[in-house]
Ligand binder design. Structure first.
Ligand SMILES: C[S@@+](CC[C@H](N)C(=O)[O-])C[C@H]1O[C@@H](n2cnc3c(N)ncnc32)[C@H](O)[C@@H]1O
Length: 155
């Protein structure tokens, strides 16, 4: 199952990008034998002032019709890491790719969240989008280790 992190805005070189790349590489390595991955990051950026609807159109154009769609949203569900891993495993078994959308400063356009299979929250506080990328990449890696039975996750 290919995994795409689809994000509004460009992440410049720096610690958040390094961490995201590192966790995604680990996810690819741990997930390969399980049929999870590879993971990639796709960034979209509307013209300045174009508004949320323009961002929504750019995002929608990059979401395959048959992919599982998960939108990162502080108002969403807060599964445990094992629950998240189990959900990824079910998605993988259905042989559909997964797309995780992270919004920009104004969030994710409702035209995208309306079609999401899951709204995923990392708590009710709002985090900067670049940290959300790191956190999501880490949870993907953690999920792969949980499914592989390797001792990274200890709860
Ligand atoms: C700076 S936040 C934008 C918040 C914006 N006020 C909103 O209403 O969505 C940028 C993006 O980071 C993600 N994000 C921020 N906090 C989050 C959280 N607690 N859980 C999940 N995603 C979060 C969401 O995808 C959000 O669109």
């Amino acid at each position: 199952m290919r995994v795409t992190i689809l994000a509004v805005g460009r992440l410049r070189a720096g610690p958040e990008k390094d961490l995201t790349d590192d966790f995604l590489l680990r996810f690819d390595r741990s997930g390969r034998a399980l049929g999870l991955g590879p993971a990639s990051v796709v960034e979209v950026e509307a013209k300045p002032g174009a508004g949320m609807a323009a961002e929504g159109a750019l995002l929608s154009a990059r979401i395959p019709k048959d992919a599982w769609l998960c939108c990162l949203d502080e108002r969403g569900e807060t599964p445990t890491s094992p629950d998240f891993a189990a959900r990824l495993d079910r998605w993988k078994d259905e042989r559909r790719d997964a797309v995780f959308v992270i919004g920009g400063a104004d969030g994710i356009d409702p035209s995208v969240t309306a079609r999401a299979d899951l709204l995923l929250s990392f708590g009710r506080m709002v985090w900067p989008h670049m940290l959300v990328r790191v956190m999501l990449a880490e949870q993907l890696y953690r999920a792969a280790t949980i499914l592989a039975g390797t001792p990274y996750h200890r709860a």
